[in-house]
Every structure is written in structure tokens, then in C-alpha cells.
Design a protein around this ligand. Structure first.
Ligand code: SAM
Length: 246
């Protein structure tokens, strides 16, 4: 049983509009090029494919894509864009669900491994990725670096977005290694803010490398963004690639 939180119908119905900025062809191009190159002539499996923000355009590029997704409402939004034969999706937990066939690429983007709230589940997710890969295949994760350097003693929250329509900040449980992302989003009526919060388990890049080793994968590459900028001490996120030995 996963400890991930359920993504509801209301969330699914709003998702594409709220993520419009990160869903445009221009915004997605570097990620699609990165993933398509790693998939090569093989098939790609997206863990937590959601509404298909990445999976649908990757499929349109010619890469055969299969998805695993926990939330039926999120998958239903994807299904309005593409049929089951073109992009099959299995409803299930990415830490444990097995789909048929082998893949040259398994990928898990947009901070989504943090939806698995325990270390055990995150390790299982790596194991599940390895299970689906051909020898020589790659597992790719996009994940934020925990922003703990912005949390001096006595401060309880770190803001990550302060804009006209949205106020976002994280609060931390440093013992459990979890954080809660709080969102206050302005709806059409400008006097009204909608409040939402989601819990995540944060993990350092080095912890993910160890999870990969437990799953029998070797680190191949770590960069700061989809354009391949070097990962540095002030990088806010990383794209990491692990390879299943041939
Ligand atoms: C931030 S969205 C990302 C969706 C998509 N990958 C994207 O880039 O737009 C997170 C997604 O992860 C899904 N999810 C959360 N926990 C999951 C799990 N244990 N197994 C599969 N999907 C999960 C949610 O239902 C949601 O669709």
C-alpha cells in the first residue's frame, strides 16, 4: 500500500491550467529532447504520468510511451488527449506496479518521487524501475534539492513562489525528513485565495544514489537542468540518470 496522497478529481481538472507555463512546447523541449535521446529506439515508461504533460508530447515525437499512474482522475484527463492503444496507462503505485515488456528508459519527473513518503517506498520505486529496464537502460529522476540552507534555526518556512496569483512555501519536519508544501492560489475572483497543502519526503541526491545502488543501478550523469547545465552547490534541482549494467 502506498503512502502517497490521492490526487482528486478537482486537482486533476485544474492541473493542466495550473501547469500551463511548464507545459508549453518551448518549456518542454529540453526535457523531451533529453528523454528521447535516452529512449533511443526503445520504449519509455513514465512513472506517475499524470495528465500526460510530458508523456503525450514524448509519444508524439515517436517514442513509444507507457504510463503508471495512481490517480484515476489524473489518468482520465490524459485519456481525453490520447487513446489507450497509443499510450497505455496502468492504474497503480509506481513503487510496486509491474507492466508488461521491457524499456530502454524509465523516468519520473516533476519532484514526484517525493510523493512516496517513506524511504522504503522510494527504494521500492528504484527497484521497480530497475525491474522494467533492459540491460543498459536508464532511470531518470527530476527532483529538487532540499532547500534546507534557506532554513536557519528559528525559521519554520521557506517560500518558493511569491507572485501575483500564487504564494507557496514549505514547512519542514527535520526528524521525519518530510516537508509540507503550502499553496495559496488566487481564483478568478481576486479577493479569494484557495488553500492547498501536500506532504512530501525530501531526499538528497546522495541518498538517491544509494537507493539506485540497492536497486542494482549505477549513476551515469547528474545535471542541474534539462539543458545539461552542470550540477553545482547552488543548484535548486537535479536531473539524475542511473544505468542498469549491461
Ligand atoms: C506533480 S504530478 C506529475 C505528473 C506528470 N508526471 C507531470 O510531469 O506533469 C504527480 C503525479 O504523481 C501521481 N502519483 C503520486 N503518487 C504516486 C504513486 N505512488 N504511484 C503512481 N503515481 C503517483 C499523482 O497522482 C500525480 O498524477
Amino acid at each position: 500500500m502506498t503512502s502517497s496522497q490521492l490526487w482528486t478529481r478537482a486537482t486533476a481538472d485544474r492541473y493542466d491550467a495550473e501547469e500551463a507555463e511548464n507545459s508549453s512546447a518551448a518549456a518542454l523541449e529540453p526535457a523531451l529532447a533529453f528523454l528521447a535521446e535516452l529512449a533511443g529506439d526503445g520504449r519509455a515508461l513514465e512513472f506517475a504520468i499524470g495528465t500526460g504533460r510530458v508523456g503525450v508530447p514524448l509519444r508524439e515525437r515517436g517514442v513509444p510511451v507507457v504510463g503508471i499512474e495512481l490517480s484515476e482522475p489524473m489518468a482520465a484527463v490524459l485519456r481525453r488527449k490520447v487513446d489507450e492503444e497509443t499510450l497505455p496507462v496502468t492504474i497503480g503505485d509506481m513503487a510496486t506496479t509491474v507492466v508488461p515488456g521491457e524499456f530502454t528508459l524509465v523516468y519520473l519527473v516533476y519532484n514526484t518521487i517525493s510523493n512516496l513518503l517513506t524511504q522504503d517506498e522510494q527504494v521500492e520505486c528504484f527497484r521497480n524501475a530497475a525491474r522494467h529496464l533492459v540491460p543498459g537502460g536508464r532511470f531518470v529522476i527530476e527532483l529538487g534539492v532540499p532547500p534546507l540552507r534557506f532554513l536557519p534555526p528559528g525559521q519554520v518556512a521557506v517560500p518558493f513562489d511569491v507572485s501575483e496569483r500564487h504564494l507557496g512555501f514549505d514547512t519542514f519536519d527535520l526528524v521525519e525528513q518530510t516537508l509540507v508544501s503550502h499553496h495559496l492560489t488566487r481564483d478568478g475572483d481576486h479577493s479569494h485565495y484557495r488553500r492547498a497543502a501536500s506532504r512530501h519526503r525530501y531526499a538528497w541526491p546522495a541518498e538517491l544514489d544509494l537507493m539506485a545502488r540497492i536497486a542494482g543501478l549505477e549513476r551515469e550523469r547528474r545535471v542541474a537542468d534539462w539543458d545539461g547545465a552542470p550540477f553545482a552547490e547552488d543548484s535548486g534541482k537535479h536531473i539524475s540518470v542511473w544505468r542498469k549494467p549491461a
